[in-house]
Structure formats: structure tokens, C-alpha cells
Design a protein around this ligand. Sequence first.
Ligand code: URA
Length: 434
Amino acid sequence: MQMTDLIAKKRDGGALSTEEIDFMIRGYTRGEIPDYQMSAMCMAILLRGMDDRETLDLTMSMMRSGEVLDLSPIKGVKADKHSTGGVGDKTSLVLCPMVAAAGLKIAKMSGRGLGHTGGTIDKLESFPGFSTAISEESFFRNVNDIGIAIMGQTADLVPADKLLYALRDVTATVPSIPLIVSSIMSKKLASGADVIVLDVKCGDGAFMKTEEQARQLARGLTRIGRLAGRKCAAVITDMDQPLGYAVGNALEVKEAIAVLKGEQQGDLLQLCLELGGCMLTEAGLSWSMQEAKLELLKTIEDGSALWKLASMVQAQGGNPAAVYDPSLLPAAPVVLEVPAAAGGYVSRIHAEQVGLVSMHLGGGRATKEDAIDLSVGVVLRKKLGDKVEPGESLGAIHAASAEKAAQAAALLLDCYELRPEPVTRLPFIKDIIR
Ligand code: URA
């Protein structure tokens, strides 16, 4: 088999066979197929597309390029969640304890943040002592004993994706639905869960800018998940503004705790109820979304979701007291409110720019090697549609110094657009794809 022939076949609109896809992924992962040939193939796939059979073959072949986790020692239905990434997205910190308290097993691998979106692992490390570098044995034991564990992605999980994603990044071939689907689903399938729920975001702060693009991706992801034998659903959500109010690692943990304590409602809770509802219904633990959501709300009311978070923090070396007393979490020395110059209604919050404000403060990484400051970030005081009086605060900057805070305040002002008349909000949850 020759890679040149496979590139020509895809260039001319042909469908690659299972064997051809396997040859290509094995060869590329072993370094036998050079980057320039794989780049040409990625571009041919981007232009010509792939059918479901090809996308499934590509996903499975990528999944088999490394370690595939066998979760069978864990009793019960194992569930996992993936988000296409957004600013202020602390969903896992709320959702995972809630669904674990409702009876699902959460055996989750998460990553660190890069760029303006944060990673769940960085956020969890705000708990002093917390470690996600736990052995597979402790991971399985914790899930069996308390129903929840979150560990860092092992180096050997889908090595083909690490190589391919880096190549796509520099060859303008990231926005191809079959390549995105195989990238995301190979990692989710290798992580071993029975139920996979996907949060596909669209809008300013998201990877998919339009609702139609997000819908196409959601359909692709759920189809491949089901063809691979897993229960799968996707929720399409709006990312035209940051999720919740906090952007920054420890600040997001504090917000997640507030939601789990029942102290905060709004978009973050709403999203967790939709995603959790999909998880419980797909797992067969609830008959309807309505029943599932009531079940999930009960885990907040009776404190069991908060207790799950505390149990996980303790089991992974962290201080569980911080769950009940968030003042034990890292806090920035300077907090600066940012007053609006004029009044009006918030018509736009540039989500990506808010993420960049947090990065500017030291809360995000520009390169994988960068150290981050867990205490810094932004807490929005106003969200889309809110009325603002002149001089009222739009948000609070949490910074390491007064100088950094002043710079970030100017940047935050640029994130907001206000207009004189009231603003009608579009629904935050766009659709659910089963
Ligand atoms: N996220 C991934 O993991 N892969 C992609 O290709 C795009 C987003």
C-alpha cells in the first residue's frame, strides 16, 4: 500500500477502506509516514469529507494507537462528559459530583488548559494538596468506593491524536468535521465510559462559531459514539458570553461550590441539569429528562453532591474542608471593581476577550510549560441583558498586583457592549441531539 495512492484516492473523492485508514494511522504514529504526506491527506479529508463508515474507522484506528482503558473492574454504569471548550466552563466541577450522587460512576480523564480556556485539572489543583497524577489502581478504587475520580490524561492515550492535532494546527486543517469527530471520540472511547455526553458550544467564545456548525459537529459526534456501541447525546449551548460569572481557576472552583450548595442558579446550573439529565436517561437511571433533573436537584438540596466533591478531594490528597469553607482556596491580594462609564443594557460580552483578560492576569497558559496563578481572574457582575447604572460595577478583577489589576480593568471594559434599550436573550440551550 502506498500513502501517495491513498492521498490521490481521497483527493478525487473516493472513500478509504478500513485497511487503508489503519495503514495510514499506524504508519503515521510510528513515524513511517512523513508529515508532508499526512498534511496532504488532512487537506484532502477537509475538502472531500468522509462518510460515517470512514469516520468510525478513523476514530477506532486512532483509539487503538495507544492505551485503551478497561473500566470493567468498576461496578455500575460509567459516564463521561466532554466539552468543546469555553470561557468560564467549570461544568465538570458541578456536573460530575451531582451525577455521582445520583448513582452514576464518574471515571474521568481531564486535561490542563491551554490558551484562554482553562482545564479541569488546573481548577481542581486549587484545592491544596489535590493530585490528579494518581495510579490506575487508586483511580479504580476511588470510583468503586465513592463513585467519582478525575485523573490526568495518561501520556499514552491516543498518541495518534497528539501528532495529528499538532499537524492540523499548522496546516489549516482543524475545521474538518470528520477530523474533529475522530479526534474527540477516539479519546472519549479510549477512556472507556458506557455513556458519553457532549457539550457542543457555539458562538463568540467557542470553537464552532455558528449554531449550524455546532449542530453538524454534534450529529457527527453522537453518530460515531453510537456506532461504536456507546450511549451518546449532545447538548448544543450558547457561548456568546462566559459560562456563569467566574473566569479563573480558584474563582471558578468557588463558583462551582456555590452552585453545589444551592446558592447560585442561572446558566451554569441549567447546563449541568441538561447534561446530567442526558447522562441519567441514557444510562437508564431515569425515565425522563424531567425526572432526571428533579433527581439532580435533590443532590444539591440534600448536600450529597457537595459531599461527593469533598470525598473526591480527600481521596485525591486535597483538603476537603475547602469545599465547605472556600476561604481556604487560593485568593488574590488585589480585588478591583470595574465601574461602567455609562448606563444601559448589556448587549454583548466578548467571551474570548474575557478569557484573555484572565490570561493577562496569569490565570492561563500561552505555552504548555507556563506556570499559572490559580488565584487570579475575573468575576463578572453583569451578564447579557442585565441593566447597568452609570458607575455600577461590570466585574471584579482579582490580581496579583494593583498594576496588573488596572491593566486588566481597561481590558474588561472593552469586553462589554451596552445599549440604551432592553435586550432580548435567545435561549441558552439550543438543542439536544440524541
Ligand atoms: N478538540 C479536540 O480534541 N480535537 C479537535 O480536533 C478539536 C477540538
